[in-house]
Design a protein around this ligand. Structure first.
Ligand code: 4NP
Length: 163
């Protein structure tokens, strides 16, 4: 069982959608016995809240259900998860700042390292999942589509390698 944690800032727009799509894709591939997923925010602004209503309705329009309630990332997550995948470079820097050991640091990735293929690209050159929070509905659709692409490659990588 490989355990994956998705991380953004508020844990109401991007990472709960990343988690929902991950579950959706592993269930559709009959891989749900092999994986588990969760999400968290580096900030505690929205602890206990359901995902953003626009994230939820856009996800529903693609057949993806969001079941999460917001929680904050904590150091314990380094023990609980095999892979920690951040949505943008700021989230990545904040999570890496909490990492103490080389093993903890080695678990941390950026989602867009899987934007263009199965093998993770150079983290420094990877793009970001943009924060849709302050924009219109198009941004939420863009985020959803980007997360579908990245998750598809991520799941292939997790299936074929040993992170
Ligand atoms: P998320 O988006 O990090 O994708 O969940 C945000 C949600 C809330 C805030 C910022 C980003 N906020 O400032 O409250």
């Amino acid at each position: 069982m490989k355990k994956v944690l998705f991380v953004c800032l508020g844990n109401i727009c991007r990472s709960p959608v990343a988690e929902g799509i991950f579950w959706h894709q592993v269930r559709n591939s009959f891989l749900d016995q092999s994986f588990s997923a969760d999400s968290a925010g580096t900030a505690g602004y929205h602890i206990g809240e359901r995902p953003h209503t626009t994230s939820t309705s856009v996800a529903h329009s693609y057949g993806v259900k969001l079941e999460h309630r917001s929680r904050q990332f904590s150091r314990e997550d380094f023990n609980k998860f095999d892979v920690i995948i951040c949505m943008d470079h700021s989230n990545l820097a904040n999570v890496l700042r909490e990492a103490v050991t080389p093993e903890e640091k080695s678990k941390v990735y950026l989602m867009c390292q899987w934007e263009n293929g199965i093998t993770p690209s150079d983290v420094k050159l990877a793009g970001e999942v943009p924060d849709p929070y302050y924009g219109g509905i198009d941004g939420f659709h863009h985020v959803h589509n980007l997360l579908e692409t990245c998750n598809k490659n991520l799941i292939s990588w997790l299936t074929s390698s040993k992170p």
